[in-house]
Design a protein around this ligand. Structure first.
Ligand code: GLA
Length: 739
């Protein structure tokens, strides 16, 4: 019973377990009536049609009582009295952009159709998932728009995307096509939450009040970007992690996007997300379609934690794919911060030897193994092994790694070409460029033109050649610069504004081909750290390198912001060296490990320089993480507290019997009392508390310090009192076990 259309066919109620979304049809216009906590009687809810002064343009001469500028619209088109940002803007044969899309039909189906060529969430047999397709037609141009709404009933999620079909005899240009647009009628009591940043400072949470103006969050860089994540939330001013109403939109797309929050002078809020119309245009030939990417929408009245749970569950179960979706992720050692470009076979073997003693599970050979790549100035595109560094080739090093009982993983940056490379000499036109302009370099490299099929095929073939002939079980797929001079040699002048979207479609084709063919490989996406941490990439690769910043203190804010939409299992988190290579901060091994332990833990340091004591510590950490990682990676994450002084996360095991509290502190201060934090979310029962010393805890005996049993109600309301802070940046892990 997920979608109900009333008898008059003018009202549709989409239900999930805890939310409702209501549409209404008025004089052919598709209106937005409601989105929020679940309603039992949606019929009582009608969109008020205003009595307008005749000064306001009104689109219907027979009924001058309303203006589209006032109505809450679900698919606002352009030019007929609505002055807000439209969701669709076409350029028609006669040069105009004015359309009048009216509702023509509804169709319901079980399950969820794919979005052709694009990543999207999916339904499996038995899921309570249904789809509503609303057909709208602009009679004058013969353009049809199909709005897809899929409801994931048990996940409290609605997904939306749009298909635009050209049923005319001439080409039509799409200038703007948002995937979702929602109008909150007469309501602007919101704050907007977005996640901005830069390289090594990804996903810093910003919260701003929504004023009577237009707020735009976007990327124009050709990637979803470090700068703004395609996750934009609207929440009530009183909403916190723990309580209150919040609306989320997150785009399943890895390129240029735009989110708009616009409050008009009638106090209504328009909330949109989709492809960025900046430097964009798409030509649809007669009979052809254009599909927008999917937006994942969720509402929760249980604060940001409630919202995150909806995203986490959905992404883990119905966005990520492949055999690793439901599998515990291996502990890897990556050689990047250990060696950078400066390694040879012996150095790698030495690292592998220690990793093997420490019972790590995957060795990942990072940048520098191919062509003549001894610095970031050369060889991207030349995907053959550098025999000076690895005389026995990838075969030698991968066999050695396997003989030490570690799987072998390899780094690629397939979307790029170095100016100094054989590939560039041979195919100088294969990069994005525009004649008459010099080519801006980023990290001494250019971006390959993935809108071209020959370039896509080259990438597929070069990777295929390596993957099929070596026992590779893990691939780190990197992308280290943004687009400039966006243009393609093969496209006509009239199609040049399609390049950045065609690039992403080309990338998705490559990823689909490679990840399907090599389904036994665990893929991790990376983009100078977390420059493309988005649901589009997660569809192909179920984990992402969260940030190049591995400092255990900075990482907490990065992981905190990332956790708003993305589950902890998707966040690569590595223990690295102290002093930290990015910020020079010294932090002890215990805290560095605890920072990584709340997510998908791995290592990125020179194991060969560790003392025997440090090796002993690592051994214990690894044994302990393996023991708890099912709980950590598949459990429910709660953000308990976050400010400058301290942050606490709690992870609830799937069976709700164990709760792991990760408690991180900033600078120490003298002369302060111990601090208490309520835990809020323990399920009913009595709990035994264990302070975990990760350095000493071994397989089967966790030290029991205190046998007192505390009731959940006490811990949830009064809280737990943490030890005194020992020094700057210390950390604690506590396990609350239900008896
Ligand atoms: C990017 C990645 C790093 C590393 C380097 C290699 O910066 O984020 O993890 O792989 O490239 O050049």
């Amino acid at each position: 019973m997920g979608i109900i259309i009333n008898d008059k066919q003018n009202r549709i109620h989409l239900f999930t377990e805890n939310t409702s979304y209501v549409l209404e049809v008025f004089e052919g216009e598709l209106l937005h009536a409601y989105w929020g906590s679940r309603l039992e009687l949606p019929e009582a809810f009608m969109v008020p049609i205003e009595n307008m002064s005749s000064f306001y343009p009104n689109p219907n001469g027979d009924n001058k009582t309303y203006s589209l500028d006032i109505l809450p619209r679900e698919f606002p088109d352009f030019g007929r009295s609505d002055y807000r940002n439209p969701a669709i803007r076409l350029r028609l044969e006669d040069g105009s952009s004015i359309t009048k899309f009216h509702v023509s039909s509804f169709e319901l189906s079980k399950g969820k159709p794919v979005v052709p060529g694009l990543p999207a969430t999916y339904a499996e047999d038995g899921d309570l998932v249904e789809t509503l397709i609303v057909e709208l037609i602009d009679d004058k141009s013969s353009i049809h728009a199909y709005l897809y709404y899929s409801i994931f009933e048990t996940y409290d999620v609605i997904t939306r995307h749009v298909q635009i079909v050209n049923k005319s005899q001439t080409n039509v240009l799409v200038d703007l096509a948002m995937s979702a647009s929602v109008d909150f009628y007469g309501d602007h009591d919101f704050e907007m939450i977005h996640f901005n940043g830069s390289w090594a400072r990804e996903r810093e949470l910003s919260r701003v009040s929504v004023s009577k103006s237009t707020h735009i969050i976007e990327s124009r860089r050709g990637a979803s970007s470090h700068m703004q994540n395609p996750l934009v939330l609207l929440a009530r001013p009183s909403t916190t992690d723990l309580t209150g109403d919040v609306y989320g939109m997150n785009l399943v797309y890895s390129g240029n996007y735009k989110a708009v929050v616009e409050v008009n002078s009638y106090d209504s809020t328009r909330y949109q997300m989709g492809l960025n119309d900046f430097d964009f245009e798409w030509q649809i030939e007669p009979g052809k379609s254009f599909f927008t990417p999917e937006v994942v929408m969720t509402f929760s009245n249980e604060g940001f934690n409630g919202m995150s749970y909806n995203y986490h569950r959905l992404y883990q179960n119905r966005l990520c794919r492949g055999m690793y979706r439901d599998k515990e992720r291996p502990i890897l050692i990556n050689n990047w911060e250990a060696t950078y470009f400066d390694f040879d076979a012996q150095k790698i073997k030495d690292i592998v030897d220690v990793a093997s003693d420490l019972e790590m599970e995957v060795f990942v050979l990072d940048d520098g193994w191919f062509g003549k790549r001894n610095s970031d100035t050369t060889s991207l595109g030349d995907w053959y092994v550098n025999k000076d560094k690895l005389p026995d080739g990838l075969t030698g090093i991968s066999r050695y790694t396997e003989s030490k009982e570690l799987s072998f993983g390899l780094w690629f940056e397939p979307e790029m070409v170095s100016l100094e490379s054989e590939l560039y000499k041979k195919h100088p036109d294969w990069c994005l460029h525009t004649e008459g302009h010099s080519r801006s370099e980023g990290r001494n490299q250019l971006v390959l033109d993935l809108s071209r099929e020959d370039v896509q095929n080259y990438i597929i073939e070069s990777l295929d050649l390596i993957l099929k002939s070596h026992p590779i079980k893990y691939v780190k797929w990197d992308m280290n610069r943004n687009m400039t001079e966006v243009g393609s040699k093969l496209l006509l002048a009239s199609n040049q504004r399609e390049v950045s979207h065609r690039y992403i479609l080309g990338l998705y084709r490559i990823l689909e081909t490679i990840t399907q063919k090599y389904s036994h490989i665990l893929f991790e996406s990376c983009s100078g750290g977390g420059g493309r941490f988005d649901p589009g990439m997660l569809y192909y690769m179920p984990q992402t390198w969260t940030s190049d910043n591995t400092d255990a203190h900075d990482r907490i804010s990065i992981q905190y912001g990332t956790s708003y939409a993305y589950p902890q299992i998707t966040m690569g988190a590595h223990v690295s060296m102290s002093p930290n290579h990015q910020v020079g901060r010294e932090i002890d091994l215990e805290r560095r490990t605890l920072t990584a332990m709340m997510a998908n833990m791995g290592y990125e340091l020179d194991l060969t320089v560790l003392t025997s004591h440090e090796c002993e510590q690592l051994k214990n950490h690894i044994r302990y993480y393996k023991r708890i990682r099912r709980d950590i990676q598949f459990g429910r994450l709660y953000r308990i507290h976050h400010d400058e002084k301290r942050t606490a996360f709690m992870i609830e095991s799937e069976d709700q019997k164990r709760y792991y509290v990760f408690y991180y502190r900033g600078l120490n201060r003298p002369n302060i009392t111990k601090m208490t934090l309520p835990l809020y979310y323990l399920s009913e029962g009595g709990y035994q508390i264990r302070k975990i010393d990760i350095d000493t805890v071994i397989e089967d005996s966790i030290p029991h310090e205190d046998e007192t049993v505390y009731p959940a109600s006490y811990l949830n309301k009064k809280g737990y009192t943490f030890d005194y802070q020992k020094h700057d940046f210390d950390g604690q892990l506590l396990v609350f076990t239900k008896l």
